[in-house]
Ligand binder design. Structure first.
Ligand code: PMP
Length: 426
């Protein structure tokens, strides 16, 4: 097949008309399909139903703490040990909170504003300007958190091995207003990229001008392989500590995509000095979190090895769906050379890049044909993709037959938007 760029005007016109016809017939089907959010399917969440049958009553007291009563602000030791084993850190470095890591992330930044962090001279709310590094494409909700506090968000390009570290090192070292950075080191949302060892070393060795620089290390997909074996990852707390930055990093994780999203358990991990500082602040906020849910999760998931067995069951549902997405892209888009994408082995997304200037149009066409996707631009700070190119495909939730239909519509929309653009240029 000739690539779209190589077609002359007449060929392109014919291609456009065929794509339009295909699109009109998609539209006539009156579909209602959703590929917008990275949610486990119904069958996947059912994998954890047995957790609800665990006898928590007989196991109420563990390590001398009664899960059925107040106490244990930093979480049940049994649950701290689960997260410590999973993240490769020490139990005393883990704080187990409530149902969602995003809430802990927001709260960490909120505390920087209200009280300051361990090494802050004053609360961030007293500063004129705060800047934040946002590797992009990235997770829209991360960007929203920092935007909600009125920070200036700085887009850092994502390379195949992680954020552009030349840019990060320069910005961080030169400007004390740069107070932090979002990172999803394993199976990044949406690209599915694993940061290389070199990138991680450079991050740990940053020399920030801001003494209270905050590295938000969101390890949301730390054990979330759907293709192949578990890929070990490095302990960022130790690396930062060895690099002379022990208090720079907060690591986050949750069971949202292990058990029940919204009803899982979340944690942060940090240096012991940060832990003491944060515990004091959090103790003014709550007496303790939901320890019954912590107990259920700890008894069900036990340790990393047991959790990995459970993740294999998720993979059985996820892998075929990612295969479908990639098959459609390979077959429908690749020969035309009107898009590129990553092929992740874990996480929840396929990051797709249209030819520049076509993401919004593709998204709009898909919406009008009944296929809802994450808004174009959402993967960039302020929702503005400078190239108007990136689209996030979330294949996990729809059943296989619906996903096939949604991908067929999506590919038609990519073709139509590209043909419109190239025709207008010729
Ligand atoms: N971090 C990343 C990178 C995510 O992709 C998601 C979910 N899409 C979350 C955090 C949300 O996690 P939680 O449910 O623990 O807030």
């Amino acid at each position: 097949m000739t690539s779209l760029e190589q077609m002359d005007r007449a060929e392109l016109q014919m291609f456009y008309e065929a794509a339009l016809k295909e699109y009109e017939s998609c539209k006539a089907k009156g579909l209602k399909l959703d590929m917008s959010r990275g949610k486990p399917s119904r069958a996947q969440v059912a994998l954890s139903n047995d957790m609800l049958n665990i006898d928590v009553v007989s196991n109420a007291v563990t390590d001398g703490i009664d899960a059925f009563n107040y106490g244990g602000l930093d979480g049940l030791p049994i649950c701290r040990r689960f997260f410590a084993d999973t993240l490769g850190v020490k139990p005393e470095q883990v704080f187990v909170g409530g149902n969602a890591s995003l809430q802990l992330m927001y709260d960490t930044i909120a505390k920087a504003y209200t009280h300051g962090l361990l090494h802050s001279e004053k609360p961030w709310s007293k500063l004129d300007k705060i800047k934040w590094l946002c590797p992009a494409p990235g997770y829209d909700r991360h960007f929203k958190v920092t935007q909600a506090f009125g920070m200036e968000l700085i887009t850092v390009p994502m390379n195949d091995d992680g954020p552009d570290m030349d840019m990060v090192e320069k910005l961080v070292a030169e400007d004390p207003a740069v107070k932090g950075m979002w990172c999803v080191p394993k199976y990044s949302n949406p690209d599915g990229i694993i940061y290389s060892d070199e990138v991680i070393d450079r991050i740990a060795h940053l020399k920030p001008a801001a003494k209270d620089f905050l590295l938000m290390w969101d390890n949301a997909y730390c054990i979330h392989e759907f293709d192949g074996e578990f890929r070990p990852f490095r302990d960022i707390l130790t690396l930062c500590s060895e690099a002379g930055n022990p208090d720079m990093v907060f690591e986050f994780a949750s069971t949202s995509k292990i058990t029940f999203p919204g009803s899982g358990v979340a944690c942060f991990a940090c240096s012991e000095a940060n832990m003491a500082y944060m515990k004091k602040l959090i103790s003014a906020q709550t007496i303790s979190f939901d320890k019954i849910n912590q107990l259920r999760h700890a008894l069900f998931l036990k340790d990393r090895a047991t959790a990995l067995v459970h993740m294999k069951k998720h993979a059985e549902f996820l892998k075929p769906k990612f295969d479908i997405v990639l098959e459609y892209l390979e077959r429908e888009i690749k020969p035309l050379d009107i898009g590129r994408w990553h092929t992740p082995k874990g996480g929840y997304f396929v990051s797709f890049f249209t030819i520049p200037g076509c993401a919004k149009r593709t998204n709009q066409l898909a919406k009008e044909a009944g296929v809802v996707m994450t808004a174009a631009g959402a993967t960039y700070p302020y929702g503005i993709d400078p190239e108007d190119s990136n689209l996030r495909i979330a294949p996990s939730y729809p059943p296989v037959e619906e996903l096939k239909e949604a991908m067929s519509v999506f590919c038609t929309c990519v073709k139509l938007a590209a043909a419109e653009k190239l025709l207008a240029e010729k």
